[in-house]
Design a protein around this ligand. Structure first.
Ligand code: ADP
Ligand code: MG
Length: 379
C-alpha cells in the first residue's frame, strides 16, 4: 500500500490506518438538494485515499501527494474559518467542524492522494472531507453515524472553506454502496439504496468530463439558490420540495417573476424525475431512464439555465450517435455530463462526442464509465 509507505517516509512512523472515500456523480435531481428535495447520486470507483495517525498534542499536519508545497502544519486550537489555506482548508475544516460540535479531536498526521479528478464536478472536495472525517471518527472513537459525518463535512465546506454546497456530495461519498444509487431525501437525510445494475442490462453510464469551467458559474449557484428560496416564499411553501408536480401549473400561475417561475419549474419537475427514475430502477427498466436524463438536461438548460455550449454538445452528439439519454451533472457551467448507452455502442458514442468536440474547436473531453461503487471505508 503505497499511501502507507509514503506516510512513513514523510512522517517517520507507520500510519494508524488507511481510509478511502469516493467521488460521485449524480444520476438525476440537480439543484434540488438546497430545496429539501431528492437526489440520486452514485459513488465512483475513483477515491481519495488517506493514511492517518492520531495525535494528542494539538498539532495537525496535512500532506497531499497531488499538490506541491509540502506539509501544511496547523494548530487545532487556532483553526479559523475562511482564513484561506488552499486545499488544506478542506481537511482542516473537518477538524474544525468536529471540534465545534464538541468532539475531542486533538490532532492528526494526514497524507493523502486521489484519483478523483478535481474541479470536474465529481466532488473531489467531498471525497477529501469525508475521508478525513471517517478517519478521525475511527481514530478518536467518536461513534458518529455516516449521515452525521456527512453533515459535519458539509459544514466544513460551507463555513470553513466558504463554499455554499448542499449535502448530497458528502452523503454520496459517505453512504453509497456498490451496485446501487443512493436515493437521498435532503430534508431529513433519510436514504435508500436503489439497485442500479448496468452490466446486467447490457448498459454503460459514461462520464464525459468537458474539462472546462466557466467563470459564470461562480455567482450562479448563489443566485439560483436565492431565486428558489424566493419562489418558495412567494408560494408560502417551507421549501420547493413541498410544491407537488401535480399542482405545478397553479403554482406557476401565482408567480409574477418569469425567472423565478423557471427556477421553480426546474426544481419541482426534477424532484419528480428522481421519483420516476427510482420507479424505473426498482422495476429493473434501466433503459427507460435514458429519456428522463435527457429531459432533465433540457430543464437545466432552458429553465434553470446552468448548462453551457460544451455540456449541450455532449448531449446532442451522444443523442445523434444513438445514446439512450444524456444530461449535464453537478453544478453546470462546465464540469461533467452523463451518457447512458448500450455497452456495445459505448465506444462509438464516446468517439462521436470526442469528434464533435474537436470539430467545435474544443479540447478532447475525458470519458470513462461510471461504475456504481462503494462509499467511504477503512482499508
Ligand atoms: P470538485 O469537488 O468538483 O472536484 P471543488 O472545487 O469543489 O471541485 O474542489 C476541488 C478542490 O479540492 C481542489 O482545488 C483542492 O483544493 C481540493 N482537493 C481535491 N482533491 C485534492 C487532493 N487530492 N489533494 C489536495 N487537494 C485536493
Ligand atoms: Mg466540490
Amino acid at each position: 500500500m503505497t499511501v502507507a509507505a509514503d506516510f512513513e517516509a514523510l512522517y517517520g512512523t507507520a500510519p494508524d490506518g488507511v481510509w478511502a472515500a469516493p467521488g460521485r456523480v449524480n444520476l438525476i435531481g440537480e439543484y434540488t438538494d438546497f430545496n429539501d428535495g431528492f437526489v440520486l447520486p452514485l459513488a465512483l470507483p475513483h477515491t481519495t485515499v488517506a493514511a492517518v495517525s492520531r495525535r494528542d498534542d494539538g498539532v495537525l499536519r496535512l500532506h497531499s501527494a497531488d499538490v506541491d508545497g509540502g506539509i501544511v502544519q496547523l494548530t487545532v486550537d487556532a483553526l479559523e474559518p475562511l482564513s484561506g489555506g488552499g486545499w488544506a482548508a478542506y481537511p482542516a475544516g473537518v477538524v474544525w467542524a468536529l471540534r465545534e460540535a464538541g468532539h475531542p479531536v486533538a490532532g492528526a498526521d494526514v497524507h493523502l492522494t486521489s484519483t478523483v479528478p478535481t474541479g470536474a464536478g465529481l466532488s473531489s472536495s467531498a471525497a477529501l472531507e469525508v475521508v478525513t472525517a471517517l478517519a478521525l471518527n475511527d481514530l478518536f472513537g467518536l461513534g458518529l453515524s455516516r449521515p452525521a459525518l456527512a453533515r459535519l463535512a458539509q459544514r466544513a465546506e460551507n463555513a470553513f472553506v466558504g463554499v455554499p454546497c448542499g449535502v448530497m456530495d458528502q452523503m454520496a461519498s459517505a453512504c453509497a454502496e456498490e451496485g446501487h444509487a443512493l436515493h437521498l431525501d435532503t430534508r431529513d437525510l433519510s436514504c435508500r439504496q436503489v439497485p442500479f445494475d448496468l452490466a446486467r442490462e447490457g448498459l454503460r453510464l459514461l462520464v464525459v468530463d468537458t474539462r472546462v469551467k466557466h467563470a459564470l458559474g461562480d455567482g450562479a449557484y448563489a443566485e439560483r439558490r436565492a431565486g428558489c428560496e424566493a419562489g418558495a416564499r412567494a408560494l408560502g411553501a417551507r421549501s420547493l420540495r413541498d410544491v407537488s408536480a401535480a399542482h405545478l401549473p397553479e403554482a406557476l400561475a401565482r408567480l409574477g417573476d418569469e425567472t423565478i417561475r423557471r427556477y421553480v419549474r426546474h426544481v419541482v419537475t426534477d424532484n419528480a424525475r428522481v421519483e420516476r427514475t427510482i420507479a424505473l430502477l426498482d422495476a429493473g427498466d434501466v433503459r427507460a431512464v435514458g429519456p428522463v436524463l435527457t429531459e432533465g438536461h433540457a430543464s437545466l438548460r432552458d429553465d434553470l439555465r446552468v448548462s453551457c455550449p460544451e455540456l449541450d454538445l455532449v448531449v446532442e452528439a451522444a443523442d445523434a450517435a444513438g445514446a439512450l439519454g444524456a444530461r449535464m451533472t453537478g453544478g453546470g457551467f462546465g464540469g461533467s455530463a452523463l451518457v447512458l448507452v448500450d455497452t456495445d455502442r459505448a465506444d462509438e458514442v464516446a468517439t462521436a462526442v470526442t469528434k464533435a468536440f474537436t470539430e467545435a474547436g474544443h479540447a478532447a473531453p475525458g470519458v470513462f464509465p461510471a461504475v456504481p461503487s462503494a462509499g467511504a471505508r477503512r482499508l
